[in-house]
Write a protein that binds this ligand. Structure first.
Ligand SMILES: [Cu+2]
Length: 112
């Protein structure tokens, strides 16, 4: 019986240590349509350390689960700006934005 409870507590400890590193953040990503959704989610989930990404076409908010020991929130936002989508922290290059499909030309936030 003692052996059994040791196994249980070991499993519990492992469960906790796996989950302690996962972090979920929600932030704004400018975009328009379903094509934007595919592009944004593909770019983010392709990053090492990212477990999942879900961008909402209506609210323009993305929810990302990632391991903060592997990748930072800034690095994720930079990647999104690299593919042409502004975030509140990083702005996409004008030429990258211009090269997006015409239906993807969202209203850009004002330059600060
Ligand atoms: Cu689009």
């Amino acid at each position: 019986m003692k052996y059994f409870s040791t196994i249980i507590s070991l499993c519990f400890f492992l469960f906790l240590s796996f989950h302690a590193e996962a972090q979920t953040e929600t932030f704004k990503v400018y975009g328009n349509c379903g094509m934007c959704k595919d592009r944004i989610e593909k770019a983010v989930t392709g990053l090492k350390g990212v477990q999942s990404a879900d961008w909402d076409e209506d609210t323009k908010m993305i929810t990302v689960s990632f391991d903060k020991d592997v990748i930072s929130l800034d690095a994720i936002q930079k990647k999104i700006a690299e593919i042409g989508h502004d975030t509140d922290k990083f702005r996409a290059k004008d030429d990258v934005y211009e090269n997006l499909h015409s239906c993807c030309h969202y209203d850009r936030p004002k330059k600060s």
